[in-house]
Design a binder for this molecule. Structure first.
Ligand code: ZN
Length: 192
């Protein structure tokens, strides 16, 4: 069993923090300690992400202001990528390599709502893993979107911040209609 696989199991499902909670809109603290406290947080984050059927989850989404996210996400070739990135920095293609992909995006912290958002179609995310070792993840498709979305979270940015005002209003109204099926402590309590 690899060290990473020991972190993907055995966690506790936590309530997912919603947009509007201050921790979601502020820069996070860098991870400097890679011991059991971090590992328990990571286990809980995997458990919470799987319970919510998400492909990525940032620590701020369980109310913790630490720069770490977990992901289990397919790329354009349907290859599954799974991991933990602490202190992530995203690099995006520039110039003629920069191609935008306009696809629906959603966030577990604004459940039930999706809105089209154009983002670069590939991304590289560098940081360190849950043990402090350098890690680099490059992906396209949903994985590229996930790496950008989760790194945004750790910088205090939610994807609504990247929408024009009208699209953002529409996103909130879609969420309002869907919200009542998500209990406040979702996914600890299931959808109704
Ligand atoms: Zn999100």
């Amino acid at each position: 069993m690899s060290a990473l696989s020991e972190l993907t199991k055995g966690g506790t499902v936590l309530p997912i923090t919603r947009w509007g909670t201050p921790v979601m809109h502020a820069r996070t603290r860098p991870v400097t300690e890679f011991g059991e406290e971090l590992h328990q947080l990571v286990r809980d984050m995997f458990a919470t992400m799987y319970a919510a059927e998400g492909v990525g989850l940032a620590a701020t989404q369980v109310g913790v202001d630490l720069a770490v996210f977990v992901f289990d996400c397919p790329d354009d070739d349907n290859v599954r990528h799974l991991g933990v990135v602490c202190n992530p920095v995203v690099t995006l293609p520039e110039g003629k390599d920069r191609m935008l992909d306009a696809a629906d995006e959603g966030c577990l912290s604004l459940p039930g709502a999706y809105m089209e958002l154009a983002r670069p179609d590939t991304a590289t995310c560098r940081g360190v893993d849950a043990f402090g070792n350098p890690i680099e993840v490059t992906g396209n498709g949903l994985l590229a979107r996930c790496l950008q979305h989760e790194t945004d979270h750790l910088n205090g940015t939610v994807f609504g911040d990247r929408l024009a005002g009208r699209a953002r209003k529409k996103l909130y109204s879609i969420h309002e209609k869907a919200a009542e099926t998500y209990p406040p402590d979702w996914p600890v309590s299931p959808r109704t």
